[in-house]
Design a protein around this ligand. Structure first.
Ligand SMILES: Cc1cc2nc3c(=O)[nH]c(=O)nc-3n(C[C@H](O)[C@H](O)[C@H](O)COP(=O)(O)O)c2cc1C
Length: 336
């Protein structure tokens, strides 16, 4: 079976594999690496509509996007329809091809502000928010949901239908409840059920960890696209693997040197955005993902904590990669 792209409004998502919004990671440089590896659509980390309205500089920095990564979806969270409408307009003005609304974040700070997953149990507010965003902009508005707050019930599917009526042109479902966090397995049957119910594209999400599992989700659920989150951390290569699997091909795991090179590209692009000092600091957490599973991962993480310059970071990564490739079963041992 071969898989085609799909459209969200007029935006073509081809191949039908999407980088998930990942707070702290899915900035423009990382999104670009994922697009280059084969993702058909990339999503920004969640951006506070309230923060934007108050002119918060850190929030505004999250709007940065580059032409080479298009199509890019910008995800916003909030609960005030006016703020969200403004955020949607701002996102579209600065280059977002799609505006996504966060209806699933279970993090207490977000939830307690009445945003994210809190809206799963306040359907009228959720619907009003999506309507305000869809009315405010001509680019397609989409929503990313979890499958209910405490449990999956009819109310969730009713909400999904109402969001579409309010103007959502695609829905992404992380097939777990908010209360579940990341526990248990994502229930892909919910994705199939949603797909059977709504007339807009459905992007399935939850526990896709390999190219094969991306294909399996498409086959088992009939969803239009597959979103990959945790498996992409430090591993943009997952998109190349998924695209190969869509075409019935296998792709070898990246070598440690290839991963080190990707991490360095990531770091260099971050330097352009925020200057070397901050970029090297920000990369510490990312390096931990890139070297996951390497024999010397713990030592590399420690050394990266001390790195001050791009040159030092490069030295640490390349030495670590060389050692990993000499370790029996090394480079592929990260289980990517
Ligand atoms: C570090 C991290 C940050 C995340 N940030 C966001 C976010 O900003 N917005 C959002 O809708 N979901 C966020 N998520 C959830 C993911 O987008 C995705 O729904 C979830 O990880 C399940 O997909 P996976 O099994 O492929 O990881 C985040 C998840 C992780 C692990």
């Amino acid at each position: 079976m071969s898989y085609q792209g799909f459209r969200i409004g007029s935006v073509l998502v081809d191949p039908p594999i999407v980088l998930a919004p990942l707070a702290g990671t899915s900035c423009a440089p990382f999104r670009l690496l994922c697009r280059r590896a084969g993702a058909g659509l990339v999503v920004s980390e969640m951006i506070s509509a309230t923060g934007l309205r108050h002119g918060n500089r850190k929030t505004a920095a999250l709007l940065e996007n580059w032409p080479q990564e298009q199509p890019v979806a910008m995800q916003f969270f909030g609960s005030d329809p006016d703020e969200l409408a403004l955020a949607a307009q701002t996102g579209a003005r600065v280059g977002a091809a799609i505006i996504d609304f966060n209806l699933g974040c279970p993090v207490p700070k977000v939830r307690k502000s009445g945003a994210g997953a809190a809206l799963l149990v306040q359907p009228d507010k959720a619907v009003a928010a999506v309507r305000a965003m869809a009315d405010a902009t001509s680019v397609p508005v989409t929503a990313k949901l979890r499958a209910g707050y405490n449990e999956v019930d009819a109310a969730f599917f009713e909400l999904a239908e109402r969001l579409v009526e309010a103007g959502a042109q695609a829905l992404t479902l992380h097939a777990r409840t908010a209360a579940q966090g990341f526990r248990g397995e994502a229930d892909w049957r919910l994705i199939r059920r949603l797909k059977e119910m709504v007339p807009v594209p459905v992007i399935g999400n939850g526990d896709v960890r390999s190219g094969a599992s991306a294909v399996r989700m498409l086959e088992e659920t009939g969803c239009d696209g597959v979103m990959i989150g945790r498996a992409a951390l430090g591993n943009p290569f997952i998109f190349a693997e998924a695209v190969a699997a869509l075409g019935g091909r296998a792709r070898r795991a990246p070598t440690a040197k290839e991963k080190a090179a990707a991490a360095l590209c990531h770091a260099q692009m971050l330097c352009l955005l925020m200057g070397e000092e901050r970029a090297v600091r920000e990369m510490r957490a990312q390096v931990a993902w890139y070297v996951r599973g390497w024999h010397s991962a713990a030592a590399i993480r420690r050394e990266a904590q001390e790195a001050r310059t791009l040159g030092e970071l490069a030295e640490i990564l390349l030495t670590g990669a060389g050692a990993a490739e000499l370790t029996p079963g090394g480079p592929g041992a990260e289980g990517s």
